[in-house]
Design a protein around this ligand. Structure first.
Ligand SMILES: [Zn+2]
Length: 202
């Protein structure tokens, strides 16, 4: 029996607010005067990935994680609009932590999808202790490759050391990789992870 882990998908449209100065004219008696005021302009940065795209990325990830007999299944997929404090188009680590607090895992894994993310870890990032990860939409199969790696982190897998045998074919290689291999040690570790044990036999 595979270990089934529910995924709560959050498709986050990032609302970027910028301050601008607007000119306007007022009449004072017979004169008209130009005055200035500060205005906040808001612009949407949608995640460029819909539910079908999330499912396709999960299908890719599940094929990669199949040797561990772990299956991530989409339990929900909800669009949101969020203004991130001092946020830009590209979500940074502080923005990730803000979103992780807004959309914590309810009963499985919380998957945050945004248009662009500061690339500290391939194009995604994961917080194992909170079962939350974020990925940027990179198209097919790019998103799936990043998602599989981040789900690997949620299954307690660390990066493989650069230069170790077949390192750059391994799922947990910390850069773009040639393959998605898992070692027998990684398979055992993933199955014994806190997240997998929570759903084993359930
Ligand atoms: Zn990583």
């Amino acid at each position: 029996m595979p270990i089934r882990i529910p995924v709560e998908g959050h498709l986050v449209t990032v609302v970027v607010a910028t301050e601008a100065v607007e000119e306007y004219t007022v009449r004072v008696g017979r004169e008209s005067r130009v005055q200035h005021r500060r205005v906040t302009q808001r612009r949407d940065v949608p995640p460029r990935l819909d539910e079908a795209g999330v499912r396709s990325a999960l299908t890719y990830s599940n094929a990669v994680l199949a040797p561990a007999d772990v299956v991530f299944s989409l339990a929900s997929c909800v669009p949101h609009r969020e203004e991130i404090p001092s946020g830009q188009d590209r979500v940074d680590l502080a923005g990730f932590h803000f979103l992780a607090a807004r959309y914590p895992s309810a009963g499985g894994v919380s998957l945050l999808v945004v248009a662009d993310f500061q690339r500290t870890d391939l194009g995604g990032e994961a917080i194992e202790a909170q079962s939350v990860c974020i990925v940027a939409s990179l198209g097919d199969p790019g998103t799936g490759k990043v998602l599989a790696h981040e789900l690997g982190h949620l299954l307690d897998l660390a990066h493989v050391a650069q230069g170790s045998p077949r390192a750059n074919w391994n799922l947990m290689y910390p850069a773009y990789r040639a393959g998605d291999e898992l070692t027998s040690g990684q398979i055992a570790r993933a199955r014994g992870s806190r997240l997998a044990r929570r759903f084993a036999g359930g």
